[in-house]
Design a protein around this ligand. Structure first.
Ligand code: PLP
Length: 375
């Protein structure tokens, strides 16, 4: 929702002609996000996918390495792993909160990998396993203690894809500050938006400086065009950062609104046979970025896709969850560890309208339409 100082800050960029990638709003936006998440540094990027690409590279993931990543997620983190020439290994979701299953991570590392000459290798592919990339999907955090503990045991880097979870907490820690490096997205559908945009956050000063260097074409000299590495044109513009600063001012209110939408849906659906509302772990504060229900055809009388089509006929846009990535043709050759839970969630899940701008009347009409299958 664009409802704060966006116009004012963008006008300031236009009035002063600071429109491109250098400017005070970029620095300010980075500081605001770093302070909010609690990291020492933040580096703004053109989008979340670019942030992931650079974070994975900075973490030292090399061509032919492997990275354990959530099976149930939007495809961007898997693609970013491939951008550096590494390979994803898809880890199934757990059934309660639908996040990367920590036990599956542990089982894969302990049973399917072998420690040899100071490196962890996947027994079947023989590739080096270098990192774990949990994705906090739908605004809820992964159960990070177990993931971080096993990652430390095997000397793996933890890269959080926190793109869907800005504002979420795991115990008292913010998502984005639970591993070694993390990424956010400010795409149009995210809790705050800059149109398109992303952020890398980390406590590691050296990595942050390297992120800044790689996202600005890896220029070694402030004046002369000397380049020591292949860099990228991945830096966020000042205009977008101006939007981001205004959005950050509103973030606490947005998170509260998301949570109140979730409470309304949860209360309305908990007694409807065949509907399982999205829940929150006792150790979590979810931002309920995308409010999702599971629809059991046998009890509800419609499956998730039938419900989606009925809602569409009433002008209500609902959406399925992602296909587990190992089922995507592009990742048909990739290794998956488990996958039944993600496949089941993909079959049953339906995401309902939940933008912070939704009115009470709109919310009630979605509730009525979903409940009307039961008279
Ligand atoms: C889990 C996840 N990772 C990465 C991205 C990529 O972010 P962007 O669209 O800003 O590139 C998104 C969404 O857009 C996402 O949902």
């Amino acid at each position: 929702m664009i409802d704060g100082n966006e116009w004012k800050y963008v006008k300031d960029c236009l009035d002063t002609s600071w429109v491109s990638s250098v400017g005070s709003y970029v620095d300010r936006f980075e500081r605001l996000v770093a302070d909010y998440v609690g990291t020492r540094r933040a580096v703004a990027t053109v989008n979340g996918t670019a942030a992931l690409h650079v974070a994975i590279k900075i973490a030292g993931v090399a061509p032919d390495d492997e990275v354990l990543v959530s099976a149930l997620t939007f495809i961007a983190p898997a693609n970013a792993i491939r951008y550096v020439g590494a390979w994803p290994v898809f880890i199934d979701a757990e059934p309660r909160y639908w996040q990367m299953d920590p036990q599956k991570v542990i089982d894969f590392l302990e049973k399917e990998c072998v420690w040899a000459s100071g490196e962890l290798r996947n027994k079947s592919s023989k590739r080096r396993v270098k990192a774990v990339l949990p994705v906090h999907i739908l605004g809820h955090p992964c159960d990070m203690d177990a993931i971080v503990e096993v990652a430390r045991k095997f000397d793996l880097i933890v890269i959080e894809d926190a793109t869907e979870s800005l504002g979420a907490k795991y115990h008292e820690g913010m998502t984005g500050h639970l591993g070694d490096i993390a990424c956010f997205s400010f795409n149009g559908n995210k809790v705050i938006t800059t149109g398109g945009g992303g952020m890398i956050v980390t406590d590691n000063e050296e990595w942050a400086s390297r992120a800044q260097y790689l996202t600005t074409q890896a220029k070694d000299d402030p004046i002369e065009y000397v380049h020591g590495e292949i860099g990228y044109n991945y830096r966020l513009t000042n205009i977008q950062a101006a939007l981001g600063c205004a959005q950050m001012e509103q973030l606490p209110g947005f998170v509260e609104r998301k949570r109140s939408i979730a409470r309304a849906y949860g209360a309305a659906f908990e007694s409807v046979p065949g509907l399982t509302p999205m829940t929150e772990a006792p150790w979590a504060r979810s931002i309920f970025w995308m409010y999702t229900v599971l629809v059991d055809n046998a009890l509800y009388g419609e499956d998730s896709r039938e419900l989606m089509r009925r809602l569409a006929a009433q002008g209500i846009q609902a959406r399925p969850l992602w296909q587990p990535l190992q089922l995507s043709p592009v990742y048909a050759q990739a290794q998956a560890f488990g996958g039944e839970v993600a496949a089941r969630l993909n079959r049953l899940a339906l995401s309902l309208p939940c933008s912070v701008g939704i009115t009470e009347i709109e919310l009630q009409s979605v509730i009525e339409a979903v409940r009307s299958a039961h008279g």
